[in-house]
Design a binder for this molecule. Sequence first.
Ligand code: SF4
Length: 94
Amino acid sequence: MYRDTELFRGMRDPAKLHGRCGRCEFAGICGGSRARAFAVTGDLYAEEPWCAYQPGSFPFARAALAHALSAATADAAGYGPGAAQPGPAGRDDA
Ligand code: SF4
């Protein structure tokens, strides 16, 4: 359901966002709370009402996005901080 329904696919699509979230360079890794946007405005794709960020105002956005994407790639490949760590020496079941 999470992966395939139109509703959830839409919520993960930054191109559907409106307002500041729709203009934000971080929409692809943030996107704001869709639940909060819907609760406050009735529009599932409205801008995140509690976010104070003004799109384009962070001077290191490109470097931050590159870091976030490289971390996500490392996670997906099993090398990031969320990857399983080796167990204690001598234990195969950890
Ligand atoms: S405006 Fe705020 S909540 Fe929306 S995508 Fe950008 S950082 Fe996230």
